[in-house]
Ligand binder design. Structure first.
Ligand code: MG
Length: 335
């Protein structure tokens, strides 16, 4: 009996505007597309889109794992140290078997409406020049990075931002773990003040105010202020999410499915514990994006009273290519 053929294609995409990260400027997004093909000729696509400075493996490690398979997939488990690779193979296998008896076109396009996505604002003053464009595109949830410039400056820009956004807008502030305790308190006091105003836009949450290992301190902050705190860098992988949960964190958690680990395990965790989730992109191609959005939908499938938080997938149009318009098969043929 023939096994499953594995083919790997590395890709590189250039950001139109390089992104600020804790690691410096992010200019090229690198990853792998993988294709599994069984003896009947059926194919399944998956994507490995690591962010090494966010707790995942490096793309070279994923590549080495794939190369060691020798072009054949024998269903060995992917090691826990390779969470983005776990996601990629988990999705490729799902894709392979879901397509049974279906064509590519039969797979529903799960692209959500803009209003269900969180739009990105550039850090600093640049946000002021782009916010009206984001609103006219249809976003009502926006994200702005803070802790990049001095507090007083960011305060002035925040006030100016408030003059431009309608009351229904929700703003996420993302500190990327860059604040100290005193600065986090300062920001949370400001957020609470804003959130008490009538007929005003609101701060939905302050994301990762403190460094990743300070979960306990963030839990304490969460008890002292009314504005929600979301963990992001602290819960980069499912293993970390499970640890934080076991330690008692019940606040918001940002989940990036593409670097979290096996999709089936993430889904099982979400359905078992019902954490307050915000799903987020890691700037995947359409292959990883479709899989991550489908997973987000499955994790949120229980009836809820209110609409869920916007998906952190307002990341299209960030690259200097047309890949966002391609189907997985078209993309595979192009890279
Ligand atoms: Mg974040």
């Amino acid at each position: 009996m023939m096994g499953i053929e594995l083919t790997v294609r590395p890709y590189q995409r250039r950001f139109i505007k390089p992104l600020y990260t804790a690691h410096g400027l992010w200019i090229w997004r690198e990853g792998l597309l993988i294709r599994l093909r069984d003896s009947l000729g059926r194919v399944g696509y998956g994507e490995v889109a690591p962010i090494p400075w966010f707790g995942s493996e490096a793309v070279e490690q994923a590549q080495a794992f794939c190369a060691a398979r020798g072009g054949e997939w024998r269903s060995e488990p992917v090691p826990d140290g390779l969470p983005a690779t776990q996601f990629g193979f988990g999705c490729a296998l799902e894709d392979l078997y879901r397509k049974e008896g279906q064509g590519d076109a039969a797979i529903a396009d799960q692209e959500p409406a803009i209003a269900d996505l969180c739009g990105l604002l550039p850090a600093g003053q640049a946000a002021l020049g782009i916010v009206s464009q984001r609103l006219s595109q249809g976003y009502s949830t926006l994200k702005w990075k803070i802790g990049v410039f001095p507090f007083e400056q960011e305060m002035r820009w925040l006030q100016a931002l408030w003059a431009q956004i309608p009351p229904a807008t929700r703003l996420r502030l993302d500190a990327n773990g860059g604040l100290d305790l005193a600065q986090a308190e300062q920001w949370l006091a400001v957020c609470d003040g804003i959130n008490q105003r009538a007929r005003s836009a609101t701060i939905e949450h302050l994301e990762q105010p403190l460094p990743p290992d300070q979960v306990e301190a963030m839990a304490k902050l969460g008890q002292r202020y009314r504005t929600a705190i979301a963990l992001d860098e602290s819960v980069a992988t499912l293993a970390q999410l499970e640890t934080c949960w076991a330690q008692g964190w019940r606040g918001v958690v940002v989940v990036k499915p593409a670097i979290a680990g096996p999709p089936q395990r993430l889904q099982a965790f979400c359905l078992a514990h019902r954490p307050r989730l915000v799903f987020s992109s890691v700037f995947e191609t359409p292959v990883g994006r479709r899989a991550a959005l489908a997973l987000a939908g499955r994790c949120a499938c229980a009836p809820t009273l209110a609409p869920g938080p916007a998906l952190g997938f307002g990341t299209q149009g960030c690259f200097d290519d047309d890949w966002d318009t391609l189907t997985p098969t078209e993309l595979w043929n192009q890279v």
